[in-house]
Ligand binder design. Structure first.
Ligand code: FAD
Ligand code: MLT
Ligand code: ZN
Length: 486
């Protein structure tokens, strides 16, 4: 059923040109402030030159104007900085691995960048309960590697794992390719240490390090997806999951989107407890992977849609039997045109290389308009078709990949360079369409700067008001990550 939407105010010109004016209530960083920072962190904790990596986002589409990056090494140092900045009204942007895709992790005007890169020492793991406690600056892949030695793994995985940090993952409530199996980070988060941007730099230890605790509001969860608006996360306690001993991967070629949904239904029922990924690629992203990165499909036939399905379990024979039976049923029910089961980890890696290279492949066209939306499955691919028709020849490509098992599509529209005419066609139409069809304008990447003009869409005003009240409680001077999300 279509929802009737309130009219939203159109942003001034186009998406990435919507930059909020500098809030003149914030102080500019002076020499005396730099000396104070050096006093807290030492000279090597304050970087003034060569900071372009910290003020430009992964896509290269957002470039900020900050002049200093700070590297605290502990919660106490974060506290000292936030207390100082709050008292002196200096705006601050927390930064993890800077892999975010909505311009949330870089300064807009002259905010100080608070990098978490050096808060990465403390790591402990209870290998009976599967509970991890670690500093927020650990890179996701490093954590996975450490846990692998103990027979465990992180319950989520994403293409940016080599750079993104666990603190950033919590701050964005990262989704990724294992959510269908292990649920979102809400299912795993137990506790956090956070520093508030108030005049004391208050340090809060929220939640606990035990699996079950219903003694208070589940406060750490407020920080999941908080995008650096409420406080700086310095330590994370969460559950990890046993590392599977058997992983089976298969790539399927499918004729229609309707059949992709039928394959999903069948996969859920017949692979039930072992299904761990159900990823989607259309023929246009396959073509883009080939022409931009020289990556070739693993299926011999070219099909309109491809699905990468994976199981993770503890018994190879059992899982293999299930996967084979599932593939046979797909074939006998005429749901797939082609299918290949990975015979080795190298085969599986080739399949995953296709899916995980999709974000890079689209950037090679020149300019990419990324979308990260949730939709009911009946509208999931309809959006791609609607946008293809709407954009016509102005777009170089309209391609889709995504986490089909989670109802999350990544529709990417590319052009040789930024094109205002195309933007006029796309926005706000696309986001209004998503909300009118019962979807969310951000399934995983968040709001940041990119979607700020649309952040009211689909949200009740009471919820927006509550969010603002919470922001005021945590950040009374409004210094943390301004011009974004809230
Ligand atoms: P950053 O980019 O540094 O920051 C992101 C936001 O969190 C910013 O608002 C920042 O201020 C805030 N922040 C960071 N650290 C902290 C902290 N310690 N305390 C408070 N606030 C903090 N995302 C998905 O959800 N699923 C995917 O499958 C996925 N795949 C990706 C693939 C590629 C190739 C790339 C480039 C990105 C992908 N992303 C994906 C997006 C991105 O990797 C995630 O959002 C990730 O969780 C960001 O982590 P980060 O450490 O890089 O955070
Ligand atoms: C993905 O699933 O690949 C990521 O969310 C990144 C993207 O959307 O490009
Ligand atoms: Zn994704």
């Amino acid at each position: 059923m279509l929802k009737i939407l309130p009219k939203i105010r159109r942003p001034v010109r186009c998406l990435s040109a919507v930059v909020a004016a500098r809030n003149e209530g914030f102080a500019k960083v002076m020499q005396s402030d730099l000396l104070a920072f050096e006093n807290f962190l030492g000279k090597d904790g304050v970087q003034k030159d060569d900071i372009s990596n910290h003020i430009t986002d992964w896509t290269g589409q957002f470039k900020g104007h900050g002049s200093v990056v700070l590297y605290p090494k502990s919660t106490e140092e974060v506290s000292a900085i936030l207390a100082y900045c709050s008292r002196n009204k200096i705006a601050v942007v927390p930064q993890g691995g800077n892999t975010g895709l909505v311009g949330g992790s870089i300064p807009v005007h002259d905010e100080v960048v608070l990098s978490m890169n050096k808060i990465n020492k403390q790591f402990s793991f209870d290998d009976t309960m599967g509970i991890l406690q670690c500093d927020a600056g650990f890179i996701l892949e490093e954590l996975d590697n450490k846990l692998a030695k103990l027979g465990y793994m992180m319950p989520f995985d994403l293409g940016a794992k080599g750079s993104c940090q666990i603190g950033g993952n919590v701050a964005t409530c990262a989704g990724g390719i294992r959510l269908i199996r292990y649920g979102s980070l809400h299912a795993h988060l137990l506790g956090l240490t956070v520093v508030l941007p108030d005049e004391q730099g208050s340090v809060l230890h929220l939640g606990s390090s035990i699996r079950k605790d219903n003694t208070s509001l589940h406060t750490p969860h407020l920080f999941l997806g908080s995008e650096g608006q409420l406080g700086v996360i310095t330590s994370v306690t969460m559950t990890a999951v046993p590392k599977p001993r058997s992983v089976q991967s298969a790539m399927l070629g499918v004729e229609s989107f309707k059949k992709c949904c039928e394959v999903l239904k069948l996969a859920k029922s017949s692979l039930s407890e072992v299904i761990s990924s159900f990823e989607f690629l259309d023929a246009d992203i396959m073509e883009c992977l080939k022409s931009n990165l020289d990556l070739h499909p693993v299926l011999s036939k070219s099909t309109p849609f491809s699905i990468l399905v994976e199981t993770s379990g503890s018994n190879e024979d059992h899982d293999m039997e299930k996967m084979s039976a599932f593939l046979d049923e797909c074939l006998s029910k005429n749901l797939i045109l082609d299918g290949v089961l990975a015979g080795s980890s190298a085969d599986a890696a080739n399949m995953w290389k296709l899916r995980e290279s999709a974000p890079l492949a689209v950037t090679r066209d020149g300019y990419v308009y990324k979308h990260d939306v949730s939709l009911p499955l009946e509208n999931y691919y309809e959006l791609t078709n609607v946008m293809k028709a709407r954009c016509g020849d102005l777009a170089k490509r309209v391609v889709t990949y995504g986490h089909l098992g989670d109802g999350n599509t990544h529709l990417n529209i590319t052009a040789g360079k930024r094109c205002e005419e195309l933007e006029e066609l796309m926005y706000p139409f696309l986001y209004e369409w998503v909300v009118a069809h019962g979807g969310s304008i951000s399934a995983e990447h968040g709001i940041g700067q990119l979607k700020l003009p649309y952040s009211n869409l689909g949200k009740e005003s009471e919820e927006r008001l509550l969010t603002k009240k919470l922001k005021n409680i945590f950040d009374p001077n409004g210094i943390l990550n301004p011009y974004k999300m809230i």
